[in-house]
Design a protein. Sequence first.
Length: 295
Amino acid sequence: MTRFFLILMGCFVLVAGQVRAAEEAGVLPADVREAMNFLVGEWTFTVVENGEEQQGHYAARWAEGGDCLHLTFRTPTHRDTGLGSWDPSTGELVENWYGPTAGRLEIRYQITSATTWTGTTRASKPDGKVVEGTCELQRTDANGFVYRGTSATETIHITNSRVLPAENSAAARVAVLKAFVGTWEANLPNGGTRQWSFGWSPEHLFLNNRMVSRDANGDPTFILNGTIGWDAANEQLTNWCVDALGEQMTFVWKATNTAQWNVSSPQNGATWEFTPTADTMTWVHSDERLTFKKR
């Protein structure tokens, strides 16, 4: 069975272990990052290859640094692992897969529309034979996509359905913050900058975040690392944070409407307002106001 499954994958997005890693995540074009982020999560699928049908499970998760995806493809006969990345020299999404029973597969996609990717495949079989073909990935709705592949020896059709979290699960409660995912940057009145990065944990149970303020020379003046999750004991979304000096603090997040979030500090009563849109995020604290642009 060929690496059709490879087809289903993609790559990239955010939150770094270091400031530099967060900055490097910005090299991905915004439209590519958005397209590939569609694939992040857990999926079940039905694959029909040369008339043989199987059921399987596919998962895509952002790697640390947010510039590629770890991919897995599982059926009763396949345990395949891949990596999805962006090739700026050709403007293609590239997936490289390996499976012990099927060898290696490279898929190269062009994003031809908001819902369709078309590409080529090159499979290196365990016996040394190389088989080339064409493929297409088409989004059917927000939680489904179809992959079709054709080569001289194979025809493949895969129908994929996203595994949605239970309505009251921790993942579902945190999922309402999805508009924040990305790397945002604003100019400060002192000539410096402030950057905020948000990215999912592998299980989508937490929204990891990192804030870095810099002076006019580009030197960090304040660094805050946090993770937002569901606090079941208090029935609220909480951002558990620690700064570069090791000081711990918490912030409570509450939606004031469908777009705006109120963030408060139980320690000192301070409040902030966050309003994300597709390309900008406004931040308001007392009489201060910043407009962040998505990188």
